[in-house]
Design a protein around this ligand. Structure first.
Ligand SMILES: [Zn+2]
Length: 189
């Protein structure tokens, strides 16, 4: 059920529309470095791991640029689709790690690697991130207070996804909620 989500174009459309909203919100503010107005300065990305038929526009990274001649700094709005500079879609990374942690869906590491087209090393790096790095981040501290105490910290992100699935009854809603929290873009609950 979770794996199917990453092949649904409509989910990418939904994530794109969230990102569009976040970019609009950010644009309403001024440059954090000099206070000048911000201009739109989107650019193309070619994220990996999603279905082949995703319309190109859903791969555009919303971005802003300071309008002041002597500043011109780039300001990146939060994104549900892109996770920093990682080359895979955020949702692909998330689903991959969840499937690896939560064996109830019956996917072995070898199977996951093949399906998503990643190396064993990449999978290890993502798992390591959620196990060792993520619990120490500001991102996690921000999320922690918003979810129930019953969530098993040793099993994030899958424990959070399962918790959200229980509440919403939908894998796609659960994944979207997680990405909203993860990106820091919105208050979901
Ligand atoms: Zn500026």
């Amino acid at each position: 059920m979770i794996l199917e989500s990453i092949n649904k174009v409509k989910l990418y459309r939904l994530l794109f529309s969230f990102d569009e909203g976040l970019a609009k919100e950010k644009r309403a503010h001024s440059c954090p470095f000099c206070g000048a107005p911000l201009h739109t300065s989107n650019y193309k990305r070619t994220p990996r791991g999603g279905p082949d038929d995703i319309p190109e526009m859903f791969s555009i990274r919303h971005s802003l640029c300071c309008s002041a001649e002597n500043c011109r700094r780039r300001v990146l709005p939060p994104s549900l689709r892109f996770w920093d500079r990682k080359v895979y879609w955020s949702i692909v990374i998330l689903v991959t790690v969840v499937l690896q942690q939560d064996r109830t869906e019956g996917y072995s590491a070898g199977k996951i690697i093949k399906m998503v087209g990643i190396s064993r090393h990449t999978l290890k790096r993502w798992i390591h991130y959620f196990k060792e790095v993520f619990p120490e981040t500001e991102r996690w501290k921000r999320i922690r207070g918003r979810i129930g105490a019953e969530v098993d910290i040793g099993q994030i992100p899958s424990s959070i996804i399962l918790f959200f699935i229980e509440r919403s009854g939908s894998a796609e809603k659960a994944l979207t909620s997680f990405l909203q929290l993860f990106s820091g873009g919105a208050d979901v609950f």
